[in-house]
Ligand binder design. Structure first.
Ligand code: MG
Length: 382
C-alpha cells in the first residue's frame, strides 16, 4: 500500500472576498471551509498536512478541533513558497504520493480524490483534474475584444496529485519561479501530466457569489435576513449636512460626534442587525475621541466587513431620509452611488428615498433630520 499525504494549502488572506476573515475560515453550512476540505480527505489518505497563514493559528485550531492531523505549517509570501514549506514538513513522514489541494475548495468529492489516487497508483507521476471550458471566452486588449476558440481549453482544479519525491524536487529546483500552480512546476521539471476528470461542483471560493453557490450546492443551505436601523441628528450651526455619504449645502449643519450622517448611521445599524451584532454605538462609542468628526463611511464599511466575515452577501439596502429641508431629490442618485461604492455592491441594489412629516413632529418643526434603513442579506445557514 502506498503511503499518501494530503497537503491542504490555505495560507491566503482572502482579500478578494472583501471579508475581514480569510475565506477558508468562513462558515459554510455551519462548518469552516477549510474543515470541509480536510474532512474530504480523511479516510482516503494516511497523512494530512495544512499550510496556514501567519496569525491564523487560533482560528485554524478551532476549525479542525477533534481531527487528529499533523500540526500546521505557516506559509510563505507566495503560494509556491507555502507549498514548498508544506512539502518539506512532510519529508520526515516519507509519503509516496502527495495530493496538493486548495483549502478554498471545500466541496471536493471522495470520487474525485479517488480518481487522482488511482492515476498515481497506475504509474502517473503527476495527475491533475481538469474540466473542459464551456463558456465563450473573450479577451480584451487595446485593440478591442477578441473571442478565444474554446476547443482544447481546460480549467485545472485541485487536488493535484504527484509522486512525492518528484514534486518536492521540482519545488526545490525551481524555487522562486513564477508558477501559477504545482502542475506548472511539475512541467518545468519535465514531469508528464495525466489528466483526470474534474467536477463542476469542486468550486474554488473566491467571491461572495462563490460562497452562496457553495451553500446552494450543499442543499440550499442559505438564508435571507433583514435588519432595521433608525437614527436622528439635531440641526446646529453650519453650512452643510452629510447625508448618505454626500455633502449637501444647507443653511444649518447637523450636530453629532462624527459627521452626523443620519442616513449612513441608520444603514450601519440595519446591517449590524442582520448578523445580530449590536448597534453602531457599541462598535464606535461616542465617548471615543478617535471618532470625533469621523466620516461615517468608516462605520458602514466596518458593518459590511462584519457581514462578509460571517459569510454574508449584501442583497439590498433601502434608506428613507425624513426632513422638511434641504431638498434631497437632486442628490438621490449621488447618494445611491456613494452607498454602493462604500458597500462594494451594484447601485441597483441601493434605494434612497426622502419624505417629510407634513410639518408634524421634530422633523416637521425643522429641529433635525431622521433616517430609517432596511438591509437585506443572504448568508449560509448555520
Ligand atoms: Mg447617529
Amino acid at each position: 500500500m502506498p503511503r499518501i499525504a494530503a497537503l491542504i494549502v490555505g495560507a491566503g488572506l482572502g482579500s478578494r472576498l472583501g471579508a475581514a476573515r480569510p475565506k477558508q475560515y468562513l462558515p459554510l453550512g455551519g462548518i469552516a471551509v477549510i474543515r470541509r476540505a480536510i474532512d474530504a480527505f480523511a479516510g482516503e489518505v494516511q497523512l494530512i498536512q495544512s499550510v496556514i497563514g501567519q496569525g491564523q493559528e487560533t482560528e485554524y485550531r478551532a476549525a479542525v478541533a477533534g481531527r487528529e492531523i499533523l500540526p500546521p505549517v505557516t506559509g510563505g509570501d507566495t503560494r509556491e513558497e507555502s507549498v514548498r514549506k508544506g512539502l518539506e514538513a512532510l519529508v520526515p513522514h516519507h509519503p509516496d504520493f502527495v495530493l496538493i489541494h486548495d483549502a478554498a475548495r471545500p466541496l471536493v468529492s471522495r470520487a474525485l480524490i479517488a480518481r487522482v489516487i488511482a492515476a498515481l497508483e497506475s504509474g502517473a507521476r503527476a495527475a491533475v483534474p481538469m474540466i473542459a471550458v464551456s463558456d465563450t471566452l473573450r479577451r480584451q486588449d487595446l485593440e478591442g475584444w477578441e473571442t478565444i476558440p474554446r476547443d482544447h481549453l481546460f480549467r485545472a482544479q485541485t487536488p493535484q496529485g504527484f509522486a512525492f519525491d518528484a514534486i518536492l524536487g521540482a519545488h526545490r529546483d525551481f524555487a522562486g519561479e513564477i508558477a501559477t500552480d504545482d502542475m506548472a512546476l511539475a512541467e518545468l521539471a519535465g514531469m508528464e501530466i495525466v489528466v483526470v476528470a474534474g467536477e463542476d461542483s469542486n468550486i474554488k471560493i473566491t467571491t461572495e457569489d462563490d460562497m452562496l453557490h457553495a451553500a446552494r450546492l450543499l442543499g440550499g443551505a442559505s438564508e435571507t435576513r433583514n435588519g432595521l436601523g433608525f437614527d436622528a441628528h439635531r440641526f446646529g450651526a453650519g453650512d452643510h449636512v452629510w447625508l448618505c455619504g454626500v455633502k449637501i449645502a444647507h443653511d444649518r449643519g447637523l450636530e453629532g460626534h462624527s459627521d452626523a450622517d443620519a442616513g449612513l448611521h441608520a444603514l450601519t445599524d440595519a446591517l449590524l442587525a442582520t448578523i445580530s451584532a449590536g448597534d453602531i454605538g457599541q462598535h464606535f462609542p461616542p465617548t471615543d475621541e478617535k471618532w470625533r468628526g469621523a466620516p461615517s463611511s468608516l462605520f458602514l464599511e466596518h458593518a459590511a466587513a462584519l457581514v462578509r466575515a460571517d459569510g454574508g452577501a449584501i442583497l439590498h439596502c433601502d434608506v428613507t431620509i425624513i426632513c422638511e429641508s434641504p431638498k434631497l431629490s437632486p442628490h438621490r442618485e449621488a447618494m445611491r452611488a456613494r452607498i454602493a461604492d462604500i458597500l462594494k455592491i451594484d447601485p441597483a441594489r441601493v434605494s434612497v428615498k426622502a419624505t417629510t412629516t407634513e410639518g408634524m413632529g421634530f422633523t416637521g418643526r425643522r429641529e433635525g433630520i431622521a433616517a430609517q434603513a432596511l438591509a437585506t442579506i443572504e448568508r449560509p445557514r448555520t
